[in-house]
Write a protein that binds this ligand. Structure first.
Ligand code: NAD
Length: 534
């Protein structure tokens, strides 16, 4: 009998195996009803290397096409994705447990916006003129060009298996690269669907998919890729970052989050209750940018908790017609186990359960769970729960909330809920996280113009915005010199060369007493150089 093993990743306490590998295949369950999903066959190392070689061969011609031509091909693919949205919604429901309305807004609606956004962001960055001071650099023109690195390896998580790839696959291809994608084993077919539709509009081999678990991700790093974009857990991200550094290839590594909402006493309570509900429970909290903690001013905490508790108890979860269910199930058995372990830890350490705290059959559903009187000793506050759970921590005003947020292990996002926008701007300056949102949360993750980045355990990878393009491209400097005479500081050197330098140093210090000598010195240098090379 074949030994069963997990796929080599670290396990959270209390969690079951991430996925079971048997006979070289990964076995998974359907989140909505725990039925069996088709197993995923693991790609072998030689097949992974061949995929990288095919992508490289196709990239050679793709990079020479104009930016607009590449963007047009991607736009055609994005239109096809929108046309075929029912296909992707069915896949993310089957593999990820995403309910139709959630899948529509978070997975199906975005491809065309993403392509046009990346066109807006990347096109001006691909070739930038740099103005040089004409006195210091006469008759010279300079520009920066971004050159595609070659083949980008993309290792993806399962929580947004289609739309989560817009920020990596689209800019990689648009800037002239080939792509080899390693989807999460849990949502293998959903991510492969994106690659398939793209491939129908792109040169053969330009985008390749290699399926499997952690071993396949690790093998992809060894297969000759030129850069890596990794999104996933801290434990895996740390390994990927180290290996890429050893291989000498750039990597952008984006890891977990444990975002806080800072709720101030002057907030608009109606909007805050609705906003916290959405951003804590969307995709059952399985988003790196989900609100997991609310630092609530103690003066309004009773009111906020009552309003949230009443609302969450009414949300439909896991029963009846799925078209009417509002909160998705967890995507994996392991994730459900982590959520249960974190809630149990909080209750054991004195948190008060306001609502939820239980599984809802069928499938991997878990009731929206509100925990009051939480503290930093609890896993729900300290760690990433990645579930439909919100930990309320009562605080003594804004300064207390900011201090606690900045002391958190992760540093992806935070939001401030207040009616005083001017004060919010001042408070935002003191928050040590990558994304601050006022009276909203994490909505910027889908906007290609704005960087999605973090500090501390979240990692320093940058997704979205022109700042992310150095993962996909290397900068190349071009200087064009229209001078016919040699430069005055070129060889051969003599006393006049030194004097010229000395005079220029004084001029920078605004000591201009000898400035009258400058034309004489320049003429002397020109004569000397000319004679020397005659
Ligand atoms: P994970 O780390 O378990 O897996 C991520 C990917 O890495 C998968 O494709 C997996 O097969 C692969 N992998 C596993 N071991 C590997 C290895 N040794 N070498 C190379 N690849 C390997 O993460 P997950 O559970 O799929 O995703 C959830 C995590 O992703 C959460 O922590 C979440 O916060 C994070 N996430 C972060 C962002 C962000 O933008 N910061 C976005 C989405 C998800």
């Amino acid at each position: 009998m074949d030994a069963e093993k997990d796929n080599g990743q670290s396990q959270a306490p209390g969690a079951g195996p991430l996925s079971v590998v048997r006979d070289g295949q990964i076995h998974r369950v359907r989140p909505l009803d725990r039925g069996a999903l088709p197993p995923i066959a693991e790609a072998r190392p030689e097949a992974i290397r061949a995929a990288v070689e095919r992508a490289r061969a196709a990239q050679d011609a793709w990079r020479t096409r104009s930016f607009d031509e590449r963007a047009r091909a991607l736009e055609a693919a994005a239109r096809a994705m929108l046309e075929r949205r029912n296909e992707v919604m069915a896949l993310v429901e089957r593999e990820g447990g995403k309910l139709p309305v959630d899948a529509m807004f978070t997975e199906a609606l975005g491809p065309l916006d993403a392509v046009s956004g990346w066109k807006r962001v990347a096109k001006p960055a691909m070739r930038q003129r740099v103005r040089l001071n004409p006195l210091a650099f006469p008759k010279k023109k300079a520009r920066i060009e971004l050159v595609p690195r070659g083949v980008i390896g993309i290792i993806a998580p399962w929580n947004f298996p289609v739309s989560g790839l817009y920020r990596s696959v689209i800019p990689a291809l648009m800037t002239g690269n080939g792509v080899v994608l390693k989807p999460s084993e849990h949502t293998a077919e959903s991510s492969a669907w994106l690659a398939k539709v793209l491939a129908e509009h792109l040169p053969e081999g330009l985008i390749e998919v290699v399926q499997g678990g952690g071993a396949v991700g690790a093998a992809l790093l060894e297969s000759g890729i030129d850069a890596c974009v990794f999104t996933g857990s801290c434990a895996t991200g740390a390994k990927v970052r180290v290996r890429c550094a050893e291989l000498g290839i750039p990597s952008s590594v984006e890891m977990g989050g444990n975002d806080a909402a800072i709720v101030l006493a002057d907030c608009d309570l109606d909007r805050t209750v609705a906003g916290l509900t959405h951003w804590a429970l969307q995709n059952a909290g399985q988003s790196c940018g989900a609100i997991e903690i609310a630092y609530v001013d103690a003066r309004i905490a009773d009111r906020l908790v009552r309003r949230l508790g009443d609302a969450w108890a009414k949300l439909r979860v896991g029963q009846g017609d799925f078209a009417e269910v509002e909160v998705n199930p967890l995507t994996t058995e392991r994730q459900l186990a982590i959520v249960e372990a974190h809630v149990a830890d909080a209750l054991a350490k004195g948190a008060k359960l306001v609502t939820g705290g239980r599984r809802v059959e069928p499938g991997l559903f878990y009731a929206p769970t509100l925990l009051d009187h939480c503290t930093e000793r609890m896993d729900v506050v300290r760690e990433e729960t990645f579930g439909p759970v919100l930990a309320i921590v009562r605080v003594d005003g804004a300064a207390d909330a900011i201090r606690r947020t900045n002391e958190g292990r992760y540093g992806l996002g935070a939001s401030i809920w207040t009616s005083d926008l001017a004060r919010a701007e001042r408070l935002a300056e003191r928050l040590d996280v990558g994304v601050v949102t006022v009276n909203n949360h994490s909505m910027t993750g889908a906007i290609p113009d704005l960087p999605w980045s973090g500090v501390r355990a979240t990692g320093f990878g940058i997704a979205n915005s022109a700042l992310s393009l150095t993962t996909f491209c290397r900068p190349k400097t071009l200087l064009l010199d229209a001078n016919d005479a040699p430069e005055p500081f070129w060889m051969p050197f003599d006393a006049s060369t030194f004097e010229l330098g000395d005079l220029l140093a004084d001029a920078q210090l605004m000591r201009v007493g000898r400035a009258w000598k400058l034309p004489l010195l320049l003429a002397k240098r020109a004569r000397r150089i000319k004679q020397f090379f005659r």
